[in-house]
Ligand binder design. Structure first.
Ligand SMILES: Cc1cc2nc3c(=O)[nH]c(=O)nc-3n(C[C@H](O)[C@H](O)[C@H](O)COP(=O)(O)OP(=O)(O)OC[C@H]3O[C@@H](n4cnc5c(N)ncnc54)[C@H](O)[C@@H]3O)c2cc1C
Length: 387
């Protein structure tokens, strides 16, 4: 193999390149990314960058060592198709990049509210999105966040600290019900009210009001919330449309095995765009977690190059964190519908606790903590060993 092409120039793409060189691939590497920017970190976009406490330079992912990687970067150009059973990537300008193997790392994009949006309505996935939103979060601005998922909640938290008036609208009766379940979702949801943001549950966005610029949102229950700025935070979808007709199995992401192998030999997928088999859950999961995008590429590269790869056991346990209103929320493992929750330490009412998720046989399969990083880390490792 002489030439490997990585599509997607973000966290998983960069981690792939670093893993290729760490695992002694000496051939040519091309990275194709549709954003103009060099790889940057997304978590700060809803946190420190939005708050104005870190700069664009601070969130860059590459460092001086990466010059040694000897990569050809093709930035500001999308890949538009995968041709010839993965032996060529066609770019949007019609040029072809011939290659011996392809690693797909095209991530996900923010789901949009259908129909046109007046000015002042935002989504948040990219640095350009964050620049635009940041300029509008001035003290006293009335912000309505549609969707109380992790990113919506973080934006609400950052905006409240900046002095905005914040309303959060959630269609379900409880925020974060799918990842955390109703009981713990409600605990996290209470952080909004405690910190001066208003949470409206069981109602959704019916209409954006305003001709050129948004002035209010109309909710499905008929109420109208005045708004100077609106963020639509209704989830993300994988960037896989360009792979139609490639022969890959696409089903909420690119289907892969545990190591990122797809149905086409020498085409792998990693990070947010990959719907991968996970030993931990004995099933397929598409994760939108920073840690997965960082760690999954090393295993995929080993599979591609035919190398041995052994990762620390806790890498197999899905993990994410979220920073809201000065609190660190951490979750590891996986919650299924039949899980029960057992508080191990602290008190959910005080917002400082650790809880376990137990499966039908009462075995711990997940752990949630707010502001308990140390015992959380111990439980994360225990979960890995229990598999
Ligand atoms: C605002 C925000 C806050 C977050 N906070 C947290 C957090 O606190 N904790 C946590 O665990 N996770 C968090 N995440 C999730 C984490 O950032 C993602 O899991 C991670 O960025 C995934 O990396 P990736 O490289 O797989 O995909 P992405 O970062 O989405 O990168 C994919 C890249 O590929 C490009 N691309 C797409 N299609 C093409 C194409 N056809 N051709 C070329 N390039 C293409 C995209 O434009 C993008 O640059 C957050 C995400 C966001 C947006």
């Amino acid at each position: 193999m002489e030439h490997i092409t990585v599509v997607g120039a973000s966290l998983a793409g960069l981690a792939t390149v670093r893993a290729l060189r760490a695992q002694e691939f000496e051939g040519r590497i091309t990275v194709i990314g549709d954003e103009q920017h060099e790889p940057y970190d997304r978590p700060p976009l809803s946190k420190e960058y939005l708050a104005g406490t870190v700069s664009e330079e601070d969130i860059g992912l590459t460092d001086s060592d990466d010059v040694e990687l000897g990569v050809e970067w093709v930035l500001g150009q999308a890949a538009s198709s995968l041709d010839n059973a993965g032996k060529a990537v066609v770019l949007e300008d019609g040029s072809r990049v011939g290659t011996d193997a392809v690693v797909l790392a095209t991530g996900a994009r923010a789901r949009q509210f259908p129909g046109g949006c007046p000015q002042g309505v935002h989504t948040l996935r990219t640095l350009d999105d964050a620049r635009a939103l940041r300029s509008e979060l001035v003290p006293g601005a009335r912000l309505v966040v549609i969707g109380a998922g992790f990113i919506g909640a973080e934006i609400a938290s950052t905006a409240a600290a900046l002095g905005c008036e914040v309303d959060v609208v959630e269609a379900a009766d409880v925020p974060l019900q799918r990842p955390l379940g109703a009981e713990m979702g409600a605990v996290c949801g209470r952080l909004h009210a405690r910190n001066g943001a208003r949470l409206h549950v069981g109602t959704g966005l019916a209409e954006l009001v305003g001709e050129t610029r948004v002035t209010a949102v109309r909710l499905t229950d008929g109420r109208e919330l005045p708004a100077d700025v609106v963020v639509v935070g209704i989830g993300a979808q994988p960037n896989t449309e360009w792979l139609a007709g490639s022969g890959l199995e696409i089903d909420d992401g690119v289907r892969t095995d545990e190591q990122g192998r797809t149905t086409i030999p020498e085409v792998l997928a990693v990070g947010d765009c990959a719907h991968s088999y996970r030993d931990y859950t004995a099933g397929w999961l598409r994760l939108e977690h920073w840690t997965n995008a960082l760690q999954q590429p090393a295993a995929a590269v080993a599979a591609l190059l035919g190398r041995e790869h052994s990762a620390p056991a806790h890498h197999s346990v899905p993990y994410f964190w979220s920073d809201q209103y000065g609190h660190k929320i951490q979750f590891a493992g996986h919650r299924s519908a039949d899980c029960t929750v057992q508080v191990e330490e602290g008190d959910p009412d005080s917002g400082d606790f650790l809880a376990l998720y137990l499966d039908a046989e009462e075995r711990p399969v997940g752990v949630l903590a707010i502001d308990r990083a140390r015992p959380f880390g111990q439980w994360r490792r225990k979960l890995a060993k229990s598999r």
